[in-house]
Design a protein around this ligand. Structure first.
Ligand SMILES: [Zn+2]
Length: 91
């Protein structure tokens, strides 16, 4: 079974690259700047569902983990669906 982990994003660098001994730190992303790693859409879900290191929106999560609802509580699903409708209403 594919396991979902939950991530509460914080301010962090967009990327950290290493060229030999030289480290390049990308621009800082705010805690609310999260996109789906599969479809690159804005990701309003908190906590963020993460599968194999990829942050996923609900549509992509459904493709990757069809039984995701069996892994989260009904309350969390309700919270996510509320966040999505509030996000869509704000666009
Ligand atoms: Zn997605």
């Amino acid at each position: 079974m594919t396991t979902i982990t939950l991530w509460e994003p914080e301010e962090r660098p967009a990327y950290i690259l290493h060229y030999g001994d030289v480290e390049v730190v990308g621009p800082t992303l705010a805690a609310d700047e999260v996109i789906c790693d599969m479809c690159l859409s804005d990701l309003p879900l908190r906590p963020v569902p993460v599968v194999d290191g990829d942050a996923l929106c609900l549509e992509c999560l459904t493709k990757v983990v069809p039984d995701w609802q069996s892994q989260v509580t009904p309350l969390l699903e309700l919270i996510w669906r509320t966040q999505i409708s509030e996000f869509q209403a704000s666009e």
